[in-house]
Structures are given as structure tokens and as C-alpha cells.
Design a protein around this ligand. Structure first.
Ligand code: AMP
Ligand code: ZN
Length: 288
């Protein structure tokens, strides 16, 4: 297994092997064939699971009504850096889903899955910190106990899944990057209430482990706003779980090497990787 590189060297190696294609704008790379193949195969692996087969699939464009975005973020973090129009780019793939839950839920609630592009104004040299990236998300709505149990089951499942791909996965409670004094209080209470968990994997030698998967338990935040009621009339809760697909691919390349044919056979088999895709003639490009 190759040793981890620092952020700059990881960026350069990904580019050298044609996995990411620098565009001049930090965090806005093109994706090469092998990189995209890994994303597709990881997503297919998740969607082959029982949960993937069971969840209702939805697809949305990467924009939501501006009121929806501000309602979702509670005015905290994403508005800056975006032009003022009726629509707003989504910072998370799940945003468009919550309004569709409005009304009375069936017994047992609902589970939806989406794959979508997200936008965040986070320019960085770290190849894992993109301005636009994709998330595979699962969204659960229902009675609080059901939603909490679902979250706990996924936490175990998520770690097992990443470990099965040879990644050194750990979970921890986390908080979103809220700003200011009241922001610090929000972050603190998010941690205390264990509302956010992340599964992290070491990806860069000079950085803390990178979050590949995040769980957010919103309790009544969205169901209150969009009038979502349980079948028994009790208040419903929501939670979501998102895999950052580009981060997942980068973690796999950083851990197993930049050429698919060098990856452990077990990982390639599990993902059903076609190593012929990293044809060196097509993959290795000159650096700009
Ligand atoms: P969050 O909503 O911040 O918890 O993000 C959900 C998931 O999206 C994270 O676990 C990451 O895998 C991924 N993610 C978040 N921010 C970025 C980013 N700037 N670039 C790439 N992936 C990201
Ligand atoms: Zn989400």
C-alpha cells in the first residue's frame, strides 16, 4: 500500500495520472475516465445494497428556490458568494427532497435516495475540497425512534462498507462550520445532541482524516417547516446520510495507488472495477 502524500503532492499526482483535470479554478476539476469509473462503481455498490434497492429514487437539478435554501440552512452559511436570483445552487443533494414530504406520512415513514451535484464556495488546494461535487444521499423521514435507529444502523454499515474497500474508517461526532458567537453555540449544541456524525479516512499526510460520509439528524427542522406529520399525528423527524463521491474516489486512489491495475484484487472485485480503463495512453496527461 503506498504511503499517503501531502495535499499538494496528492493534487499533482491525481492530475499527472489524468484522474483530475485542473481548470484554473481551485476545486473545479474535470474528471478523467478512471476517476469517473470509480465514482460510478462505488455508487453502484451502494445502490446494490438492500437500502439502495428499497429506497425511492428521485433526481433533481442542482438548484432550489431561494426561500427553500435559506429555510434549510437556517440562514447560516451558504448564501455568500452566490448571485441573487430566484434559484440557488444546492450545498447538499438532499435539499430538494424535504418539501416533497409535506402532508401525512405512511406508517413506517419513507426513505428516498438522490444522487446530485452540490456547490460550495470553498476554494482550496486540497483535492478533496471541491467547489462542486456529487453526493449520494439517503433521506429518512418518520417517527423519531425509527429515524434514530436508521441513523445508528447506517453508522455501522458505513464503516463496514468503507473497511471492505480497504479504507481505515473511523466515525466521530461533528459540527457544521457555523460562524460567529451564536454560531459557536449552535456548533456546540449540535455536538452535544449528537446530531451530526462523520466517517473519516486518512487521505493526506499533512491533514486530519477526511470526512467521506456524513449523517445529519435534523429532528423536526424540516418537518416543521414543510408540514410533515406522522401517520399517527405525532411530529415526524428527518435524517440524511451523504457519501461524497469525489472524496470517496480520491480516498481510494490515495490509499491503493493512482492506477486501477495496482489496486488490491479484492477491492477491484467488490467494486467490479474494469482496470482496462486506465490505459496509460489515455490516462497520463502533461501537467499544465
Ligand atoms: P456535509 O454536508 O458538510 O456533512 O458534507 C457531506 C459530505 O459531502 C461529506 O461527508 C463529504 O464527503 C462531502 N463534501 C463536503 N464538502 C465537500 C467539498 N468541499 N468537496 C468535496 N466533498 C465534500
Ligand atoms: Zn443531506
Amino acid at each position: 500500500m503506498p504511503a499517503l502524500l501531502d495535499a499538494q503532492a496528492l493534487h499533482d499526482q491525481l492530475a499527472l495520472h489524468g484522474l483530475i483535470i485542473p481548470s484554473g479554478l481551485p476545486g473545479a476539476y474535470g474528471r478523467g475516465a478512471a476517476f469517473e469509473h470509480v465514482i460510478e462503481r462505488f455508487d453502484a455498490l451502494v445502490m446494490r445494497s438492500d437500502e439502495g434497492k428499497r429506497a425511492q429514487r428521485m433526481t433533481f437539478p442542482p438548484i432550489v428556490a431561494r426561500e427553500m435554501a435559506s429555510a434549510a440552512a437556517a440562514g447560516q452559511r451558504w448564501e455568500h458568494g452566490l448571485d441573487i436570483t430566484d434559484g440557488m445552487l444546492v450545498p447538499a443533494a438532499c435539499y430538494p427532497v424535504y418539501p416533497t414530504f409535506s402532508g401525512l406520512l405512511p406508517q413506517g415513514g419513507r426513505t428516498v435516495t438522490v444522487l446530485g451535484w452540490c456547490y460550495r464556495h470553498e476554494p482550496s488546494i486540497e483535492p478533496t475540497r471541491l467547489q462542486s461535487f456529487r453526493m449520494r444521499e439517503f433521506i429518512r423521514v418518520g417517527a423519531p425512534s425509527l429515524v434514530e435507529a436508521w441513523r445508528d444502523a447506517w453508522l455501522d454499515r458505513g464503516i463496514v462498507l468503507l473497511e471492505s474497500l480497504g479504507l481505515d474508517a473511523r466515525s466521530d461526532t461533528a459540527n457544521d462550520p457555523f460562524f460567529g458567537r451564536s454560531g459557536r453555540m449552535l456548533a456546540q449544541s449540535q455536538k452535544e445532541q449528537r446530531l451530526k456524525f462523520e466517517i473519516m479516512v486518512p487521505v493526506m499526510r499533512d491533514r486530519a482524516p477526511t470526512a467521506l460520509c456524513s449523517f445529519n439528524w435534523h429532528q423536526q427542522h424540516f418537518t416543521g417547516k414543510f408540514g410533515v406529520v406522522n401517520h399517527d399525528g405525532e411530529p415526524a423527524h428527518t435524517a440524511c446520510l451523504g457519501f461524497g463521491l469525489e472524496r470517496m474516489a480520491i480516498a481510494l486512489f490515495a490509499t491503493h495507488g493512482f492506477r486501477l491495475r495496482d489496486w488490491p484484487a479484492s477491492v477491484r472485485a467488490l467494486l467490479e472495477i474494469d482496470a482496462a480503463i486506465d490505459d496509460p495512453a489515455g490516462a497520463v496527461v502533461k501537467q499544465a
